[in-house]
Design a protein around this ligand. Structure first.
Ligand code: NI
Length: 226
């Protein structure tokens, strides 16, 4: 399941992040890839330990904290620091699956359950550069306005098509979810959306609403791991 979340960042936040990134030193993205991914990866990144990456990462983490759609879709336990990626003309990232375990700067290891790509350049700034995600329902091509984000299971094979004009900038990051199984996460997400819709039609004290909400929370209690 792919979930698209609009307006994760305000236009001011996008502009600020881009201004800072314009003055930042970028390095070869193969430095942070696993063995197989390094063979198919051709992009630029801001080093994870660069102060700019840490400051800008905090802006994104704060934005996620105020976003109920991200919370519902990812059920986050911990979010790894965002990485900033750039694809200039000719750059691409072939099909790969992201590393399953990643370390925080503290050394603590997290399981990557959910992948997120937050677009930082508007689609009209570049050609190509689509994120392509393969899941059990087929192939999905994603290219979103700046400040919008897509969230998908980290178990998915995915790629970025070659950029043929302009430059594509994004932030990518991984989340360890309270519910590691993507099928269960999807069911909770669908149930949450159905409850939201039901609450627009029935008062909150309607027994059907309370029963559905109880069901959601009891499933989450049953499945959540912390
Ligand atoms: Ni990836």
């Amino acid at each position: 399941m792919l979930v698209t979340i609009p307006d994760v960042l305000t236009s001011q936040e996008v502009a600020h992040i881009r201004r800072v990134l314009e003055t930042t030193a970028w390095i070869d993205g193969r430095k942070t890839a696993g063995d197989q991914a390094a063979v198919v990866k051709n992009n630029l990144q801001v080093p994870l330990d660069a102060p700019e990456a840490q400051d800008l990462g905090q802006i994104i983490l704060r934005a996620l904290g105020r976003n109920p759609s991200f919370t519902t879709a990812a059920l986050p336990l911990s979010v790894l620091p965002p990485m900033f990626n750039r694809y200039d003309v000719g750059m691409t990232f072939g099909a790969h699956v992201d590393n399953s375990i990643r370390a925080l700067p503290t050394g603590q290891r997290l399981r990557t359950d959910v992948s997120s790509t937050l677009f930082l350049t508007p689609p009209e700034d570049y050609d190509g550069g689509e994120l392509v995600v393969h899941d059990t329902y087929g192939t999905h091509t994603v290219k979103l306005p700046a400040g919008h984000m897509v969230v998908y299971p980290a178990t998915s094979l995915h790629s970025v098509t070659p950029v043929t004009r302009g430059s594509r900038w994004s932030a990518v990051f991984w989340t360890q979810s309270m519910v590691k199984d993507s099928w269960r996460r999807n069911m909770l997400y669908d149930l949450d959306r159905a409850i939201m819709r039901t609450r627009t039609m029935l008062p909150d004290d309607d027994p059907a609403v309370s029963a559905l909400m109880a069901h959601y929370h009891n499933l989450l209690r049953h499945w959540a791991e912390m």
